[in-house]
Ligand binder design. Structure first.
Ligand code: GTP
Ligand code: MG
Length: 195
């Protein structure tokens, strides 16, 4: 899938700044540094659409990306970042709560986890949060390029187990580095955007 247009509409500090459109939205969630912004770039075939950083905590606000005036990806700050202040943590919680409870355009959530590691308590909480709001969830295991081929199956199985994933919640292996895994994710996301 390719887009003629992929652009950042706004970096929103609070709900007053959410864009006033009817475009369906899929939100990306996951730990800091897991590869959410890279995922957006790779999925959209762009290099610098979303800001990618080497140190965690790069994405601070809700970033809304318009894809061909059809779909919207919402990039969110990563959680689990130790150097965050208590005020910032509360602000993050409020921001996500506002988004999930009030944003009518939300259609689904992609939860990104690092393929090399066990999902954390925060990941489990995020998963339960989205289940509570009854939006479709898929999990993307990022940085698969860093996992030895012989370990891949085991790692994916472990992620499924720790997150207690249901049959209807798919898990996709993915690598931004190698640009692998996009197609099955689009096949899953498009019907969700269009639901
Ligand atoms: P925050 O905005 O801080 O929450 O981070 P993020 O989840 O948006 O992560 P980001 O996309 O900024 O990537 C973090 C780091 O991981 C960068 O150095 C990326 O180059 C690297 N990275 C992202 N995806 C992959 C991948 O698939 N493979 C490898 N090897 N590195 C990746
Ligand atoms: Mg980011």
């Amino acid at each position: 899938i390719t887009f003629q247009k992929a652009e950042l509409v706004i970096s929103a500090p609070d709900k007053k700044s959410w864009p006033d459109t009817d475009l369906p939205e899929v939100v990306l969630a996951g730990r800091s540094n897991v590869g959410k912004s890279s995922f957006i770039n790779t999925m959209c075939g762009r290099k610098k659409l979303a800001y990618v950083g080497n140190s965690p905590g790069k994405t601070r606000l809700l970033n809304f990306f318009n894809l061909d005036d059809k779909y919207m990806f919402v990039d969110v700050p990563g959680y689990g970042y130790a150097k965050i202040s208590k005020t910032q943590l509360l602000k993050f919680g409020q921001m996500m709560e506002d988004y999930f409870s009030q944003r009518k355009q939300k259609k689904g959530m992609v939860l990104l986890v690092d393929a090399r590691h066990k999902p954390t308590e925060d990941d489990i909480t995020m998963m339960e949060f989205a289940r509570y709001y009854e939006i479709p969830i898929c999990v993307v295991a990022t940085k698969m390029d860093k996992v030895k081929p012989s370990q891949k199956h085991k790692q994916l199985k472990e992620i499924r187990r720790v997150l207690d994933m249901r049959e209807d919640e798919p898990l996709f292996p993915f690598s931004s580095e190698r640009k692998e895994g996009m197609e099955p994710i689009w096949d899953y996301l498009i019907p969700i955007f269009e639901s």
